[in-house]
Ligand binder design. Structure first.
Ligand SMILES: Cc1cc2nc3c(=O)[nH]c(=O)nc-3n(C[C@H](O)[C@H](O)[C@H](O)COP(=O)(O)O)c2cc1C
Length: 397
């Protein structure tokens, strides 16, 4: 994707990762962006204004006045931009952002900017884990800024942990997404989505499972992220893959693990879409060793799993809660019943009787029910179904 003609301000602060900005600036210019760079005083200890001005083909700003004592108009610069990126953003500058301390040129530009702001923090692992930094990142997010979380890896201090600046390629893809055609209608919204089957162990090598591929949930997660949502995707065993800055993938195996993982994130979620095919029952006893072939018959006693969706309905506060129903008979009646009994805001019915719908297919045919409405859709690819469902949810939020 191209950033052709996009006007970007890059604010570089005094972290060791500042050197990576040479590569990012080169790539931004290559993809057609016009980049103007602001360096803090301490950033100049880490990167050279000459290198950056050569790569960006613009003079680099370091202060309110240039060498001829002419004012660098920070307001004009701020209003020129389509996007402002702070990378690497130090703990110091992040803190200033949250309280509005305007003591240098970069902060004056930031506070005058009306464009979207993206912040890529970088620091040593203990600094990054400090409650002040965690709180400040949350505050910056509450201002509507996008945070590109620091990555896990080896740090300049020699320690290993979370704190590394996201790679230039990751930052570039976040910028490209920002300018992509998709409307950022879910910006600032937190989605919790489940996908795939669950496996309930019988013994160390066998399980009770189902044919769910996980595709519907993964497509929902991708589409929600494309529209600006921050997504936690909790998936049972599935071959589906996702690489998206805005999707956190948590892999689980059993229904109990899915239950535990869901309730780590549910309280914070704005929208919860439960598309996983969770096992209703699990073997009462999970044999520690492989069960040997002996008798003609083997009886496995099953006990009920905790009902994740029902528990979510009981605990529901601000969340818009969406369930899925896969039925083989009395489809509509069962779906409506589930909607009410489990205190859902919406249920998506797919019937196994419809050819091409449901589990292992790449297509699906769904009908949506809310307590007051219903809407049917034709057979479509799961990507298209994800779009329909999210369009519907968009109207309800
Ligand atoms: C060698 C060195 C490396 C540093 N690396 C970081 C860093 O990665 N992240 C950070 O938040 N601060 C780092 N600091 C501290 C900042 O440079 C310091 O807080 C400074 O005041 C930041 O100013 P600024 O935010 O205006 O650029 C480092 C300092 C030194 C001397």
């Amino acid at each position: 994707m191209s950033l052709q003609g996009k006007k970007i301000i890059l604010g570089i602060t005094g972290g060791i990762a500042a050197y990576k900005m040479n590569y990012l600036v080169r790539d931004l210019v290559k993809s057609g962006a016009e980049v103007k760079i602001v360096l803090t005083k301490s950033a100049q200890d880490f990167v050279s204004p000459l290198t950056l001005s050569t790569l960006s083909k613009h003079s680099v700003y370091t202060d309110f006045f240039d060498d001829n004592k002419t004012w660098n108009n920070h307001v004009e610069l701020a209003l020129w931009a389509d996007l402002m990126l702070m990378a690497p953003c130090t703990a110091h500058t992040l803190a200033k952002i949250t309280v509005g301390i305007c003591d240098n040129f970069l902060m004056a530009v930031y506070m005058s900017a009306k464009c979207p702001v993206i912040i890529a923090p970088a620091m040593d692992l203990d600094m990054y884990a400090h409650p002040a930094v965690t709180r400040n990142l949350k505050t910056a997010e509450s201002f509507g800024h996008t945070i590109i979380p620091a990555e896990f890896g080896e740090l300049a201090s020699g320690l290993t942990g979370q704190g590394r600046l996201a790679e230039p390629a990751t930052i570039l893809s976040v910028l490209e997404n920002q300018f992509s055609d998709a409307k950022q209608t879910f910006a600032g919204k937190k989605f919790l989505i489940t996908a795939g089957p669950t496996y309930e162990n019988i013994d160390p090598v066998r399980f009770v499972g189902n044919h769910s591929s996980g595709k519907m949930g993964f497509d929902l997660a991708k589409e929600a992220a494309k529209r600006g949502a921050k997504v936690v995707l909790i998936s049972g065993p599935s071959s589906q893959k996702v690489e998206d800055e805005n999707i956190k993938l948590c892999k689980v195996t059993s229904a109990q693990e899915m239950f535990d993982e869901v309730f780590k994130y549910y309280e914070d979620a704005d929208v919860a879409i439960m598309s996983a095919a969770v096992a209703d029952y699990t073997p009462k006893v999970k044999a520690k060793e492989k069960i040997k072939k002996k008798d003609n018959e083997l009886t496995i006693e099953l006990i009920k799993n905790k009902d994740i969706l029902r528990t979510m309905g009981e605990k529901k506060a601000q969340q818009f809660l969406v369930g899925f129903a896969l039925e083989t008979q009395n489809e509509e009646e069962n779906a409506r019943d589930k909607l009410i009994k489990k205190n859902l805001d919406m249920i998506v019915l797919n019937s196994l009787r419809d050819e091409g719908a449901g589990f292992a297919n790449a297509t699906n045919k769904v009908k949506i029910f809310t307590p007051t409405e219903e809407q049917s859709f034709s057979l479509k690819s799961k990507e298209a179904v994800a779009k329909d469902l999210l369009d519907f949810i968009e109207q309800k939020l």
